[in-house]
Design a protein around this ligand. Sequence first.
Ligand code: ZN
Length: 611
Amino acid sequence: MYRVLYRKWRPQTFSDVVGQPQVTKALACQIKENRLSHAYLFTGSRGTGKTSCAKIFAKAVNCLHPVGGDPCNECEICKGIDDGTVLDIVEIDAASNRGVDDIRQLREEVKFTPSQARFRVYIVDEVHMLTIEAFNALLKTLEEPPEHVKFILATTEVQKLPSTILSRCQRYDFRRIEPEVIAKRLQRISEEEGASLDSDAAVLIARLADGGMRDALSLLDRCLSTDEPPITVQTVTAAAGIMGRDYLFNLCRTIANHDTAAALTILDDLHKASCDTERLCTELINQFRNLLIVHTVTYPEKLIVATNEEIEENRRLAAMFTTEAILRALNVLSDAVDAIKKTQNRRVEAEMALIRLCRPETDTSVVALAQRVADLEQQIKNMQANGIPVQVQTPVAEPVFEEELPFAPDNIPAQPEALPFDAAPAFEDEALPFDDDDAPPFDSDLLWDETPPAPTQEVATPAAPEEFPFDGALPFDDDEFTPPEENASLFGGPAQVAANEPPPFAALPFDDDDFSPPAPAATVSAQQDESSNGALDNRTWTRCCIEAEALCRPLIGHLADSTAETRGSMLIIHTKNKLLAVLLRNEGFSNALATATEKVLGRKLTPKVEL
Ligand SMILES: [Zn+2]
């Protein structure tokens, strides 16, 4: 009989369970020492081993000859549980039995003593799906269950559980399994199955599974059934319905080169190959997130799941972008994903996003302007590094805002010698590439133009001597590329960041043992009225973080271990994560956090990071 891999390789003992030592050791220890609780709560994302552990637990507490907290898997009870002849282990899917009547029936049932086993064990999966009435009905049973009953509640969304349920259960948090751990396990299983899986393919499966062993094994199953061994990266990409990473790298390269026509051609090819537009944008977001990591961290291998080759490719690509450009790309793509969800014309949204990315001059947002200024600064640096004289005068005074100017803004151009860029004649008013009115309209003919006007050239060319081959369109190809100074000061040097950087999923707010579910919004906003200044309590801030991460995927993991306080109209976030400060410089991310906070606290605050 053919059995799918994840069933065939489902762990049979606690020591078989992969990647959750904090849970399995504690459970085995409790069983060994007979210190059992009557209700357990297993939380964690899908495929991390919650149900497997619940089944092992059910066998272990009933096993006739347990071995150090593990079931023997040999006795009649163990075997009976495995083949379903022992009826004292009851699995309930709360998604389909969510009403109060289902729970009332369960309450009647628990009164009866088990037929064969020592304990009747109820495993309630996806328990967050229960209705409020069902929760209340369950509560009474959880409070005073009969001696012979054990409950194991499992959920992927612990924040949806009422605190009354949480406080009555012993809680165990299952973590996303490390990609290396998954990859290693996959290779062992393929070996046992007599198939050969190359190590890059194993890493790719692990990355796609996003910390879930079940998803990883399902994908391996598909690979085994679709192709002759050995299983390679190509097999995996075909089985998972994704292309290789090459198209992402190519898209990044065309964006860096401002080559709109090439970017749209790639999109067209992907469209013909039935690539899903939303998935493409999400993958591009992940790709730019990788570039951001490579840009800011010395040893990105720890934070990016990728083959060595891909890391090298990412390094080359990251050198083609400034941090501002990457942040803007993340912003544009997040907006595109939002828009794609709401529209029928998904392809048009993706095209618009690519055009915005390739042509920052068509975008007048602050983020886009910041990117263009950063690009210009980088070009000037490159020119100087290449011995091209560029006269840049550092302004003596701090820059002042318009409303603080002691004289009318009209007077400023009257002193051209004070302009920092006076060496470059291109900065005449009429030649300014920033001028929106001069930007070409969104004409479809123009979009497909082989050579879209690159405004950066207008800036660089006049200053560059004729014989010098350097041109504005290729400012980042220089091997001697040095990151902008600003980065160095912001991150206190890349090496330090690598040392301090928490792994992105190690300390999700969900993992907090003290976490209790958020109070209803009304109560919270009443506590945090307009005038209140001061620290947000852990529960409220955790809820803000969850909302923000739901609104803005790139923030996931970065708010971990942070605290927050309100100060007037500001939301001050205290964190050791320097990358968070960079992320929140992005208008879109900052707005997402502001919206999330407003949803929880009932008032609009401007987020600000204090390291
Ligand atoms: Zn046994």
